[in-house]
Write a protein that binds this ligand. Structure first.
Ligand SMILES: C[S@@+](CC[C@H](N)C(=O)[O-])C[C@H]1O[C@@H](n2cnc3c(N)ncnc32)[C@H](O)[C@@H]1O
Length: 521
């Protein structure tokens, strides 16, 4: 029978996406059976053409992605089973080597091995280096068993990961199948069930990301008390545990969400990991929605080296910081500044006098709910029961004042009918920001406090769609007047210009905007 033609027009990512799409239409298929069939080179004819000519790392990624596609959405989410594409794996391994990981002599563990995205490429490097030393195959297998460890909570994935490793050794390095078959590098186990591990010099991987509710916390959660400033996230727990398990000098190189860099929930995490380890690199991965299948998340490569002894006082320091795309290309290199205490880490290109962000100030951005021309029947000229003031952009002055009457002058209809319990009514003092900045406007950002007295008089407000409201998210949020003042600073406006060329200000971007340090209350 003639082999089907290969797929020259699709990129590697597109081929994987096509393969996954095929299986997503057949969700009743068994995840392990289907992925093992691919691994044995017995794909369905529709998938065959997509696999032709794939390099081994991409073929492994396809096999693991099929398992993920068939394992069920809710289980996948609960386990954080989102697999690292080969180009990023290569990048992370190179970065680890730059900082001293030596695959010829070091012992390496992946505590959340998934479909062996890291274990197999690390094994490749080890085998190559040991063969160059003249080691025979039996010694190579013995060394792999001693020096390479993986752990995976999902039994099917652990089986698949071991099968992928064996395939690599047999097909790429011509090891005797019986010899390779004796290897069981990835064990099925819950990494967090054990307080810490011994037996590895370095940890490499991509731990699961998930914000944990109290009932989902790992056993002996007290272990993680020193990194907790609220709810824990699985990835921070893996980092903490990894550091507890490594010997001094050991390198931890993980892909993790970038949320810890500035998030207030990660204050203690940030300072604790610096006490325990030297931060060697924080490399931002570009493309929040295109790198991991089904995940929209800003991620980074974090490389730490465990200290010989904890430091008691954190001084200002720097770490390397690349900006890297999902295909492993480095687009820019700089330094991330690590402050003295537990404040946000400052990424390259961000001025040092703007070390904070909206979340640190205790606020979140919400775009004005009401689109006036679509809901004209709800708008009125006068106050009455069941109505609250509508905040027009014109009410926010370039001088940083809030003037409801000014908004009313331009737009006569400034009262809006609302059901009393509507979630979109703001009920506490907050900050209103003009969502678009007209050409020639003196300030890039026009922000004003809507004071408590206004809420006392009117009960609440609704913002029109050309306004963004910055609402406090916690009782200890900074004062809204101070936030409005900070947003109106020219240097903050300049940062917005750097980040956003358009006249309209995206709410998400406001959340990322560098701000001055949070003032003391
Ligand atoms: C983000 S994936 C990464 C997998 C793989 N290292 C990669 O980069 O493609 C995280 C993996 O950790 C596994 N996992 C989640 N919780 C775990 C735990 N407590 N112990 C061990 N593995 C766990 C998940 O099943 C999933 O396969």
């Amino acid at each position: 029978m003639l082999a089907p033609p290969p797929e020259p027009l699709l990129t590697l990512d597109q081929r994987i996406a096509e393969i996954v799409r095929y299986y997503r239409r057949r969700v009743s298929l068994d995840a392990l059976g289907s992925s093992l069939a691919l691994l044995r080179n017995e794909p369905p004819p529709e998938v065959d053409r997509l696999l032709i000519g794939l390099e081994p790392a991409w073929s492994d990624h396809a096999v693991a992605s099929v398992y993920a596609a068939l394992m069920g959405k809710s289980r996948r989410k609960a386990l954080g089973a989102y697999f690292t594409p080969p180009a990023l794996v290569d990048y992370l391994l190179k970065r680890a080597q730059q900082f001293g990981v030596d695959f010829a002599s070091g012992r390496v563990r992946d505590p959340a091995a998934g479909g062996a995205a890291f274990i197999v490429p690390i094994a490749r490097q080890m085998v190559r280096l040991w063969r160059a030393e003249g080691l025979d195959d039996v010694s190579i297998v013995n060394r792999l068993a001693e020096r390479l460890t993986g752990r995976e909570i999902d039994g099917g994935l652990a089986t698949l990961a071991n099968a992928l490793l064996r395939r690599c050794l047999i097909e790429e390095y011509r090891l005797d199948p019986a010899l390779a078959g004796s290897l069981n590098v990835i064990s099925e186990a819950d990494t967090l069930a054990v307080d810490y591990d011994e037996g590895a010099d370095h940890e490499i991987g991509n731990p699961p990301f998930l914000r944990l509710a109290a009932r989902e916390e790992p056993p002996n959660v007290e272990r993680f008390e020193d990194i907790s400033s609220g709810r824990l996230n699985l990835y921070s727990v893996f980092v903490r545990r990894g550091l507890a398990s490594l010997p001094p000098g050991g390198v931890l190189a993980y892909i993790v969400p970038a949320s810890f860099i500035g998030g207030p929930e990660f204050k203690r995490f940030r300072s604790r990991i610096r006490e325990l380890a030297e931060v060697l690199a924080v490399d931002l991965i570009e493309g929040r929605s295109s790198v991991f299948m089904d995940v929209v998340q800003d991620t980074c490569v974090l490389v730490l080296r465990k200290r010989g002894a904890e430091v008691a006082e954190l001084i200002e320091a720097e770490a390397n910081s690349n900006s890297v795309s999902g295909d492993g290309t480095v687009h820019a290199s700089g330094k991330v500044a690590l402050p003295r205490g537990d404040g946000p880490w400052i990424l390259p290109g961000v001025p040092r006098d703007l070390p904070s962000n909206l979340a640190e100030w205790g606020y979140a951005a919400r775009i004005g709910y009401l689109v006036a021309n679509r809901q004209a029947d709800r708008l009125h000229k006068r106050r009455a029961a069941g109505r609250v003031p509508l905040v027009w952009a014109k009410a926010i002055g370039q001088d940083g004042t809030f003037d409801f009457e000014r908004g009313k002058m331009f737009r006569k209809f400034s009262w809006v009918d609302v059901p009393p319990d509507a979630a979109y009514i703001a009920r506490t003092a907050c900050v209103a920001v003009q969502r678009t900045s007209a050409r020639g406007q003196k300030r890039r950002i026009a922000a004003a406090e809507i004071p408590t007295s206004f809420f006392d008089q009117n009960g609440g407000v609704v913002a029109e769609n050309h306004v963004i409201l910055l609402l406090p998210t916690r009782p200890d949020a900074a004062r809204p007047a101070a936030l409005a003042e900070a947003l109106n600073l020219p240097q903050v406006g300049e940062q917005l210009d750097r980040m956003c060329g358009s006249a309209s200000i995206p709410a998400r971007l406001l959340e990322k905007l560098p701000l001055p340090a949070v003032p003391m209350k």
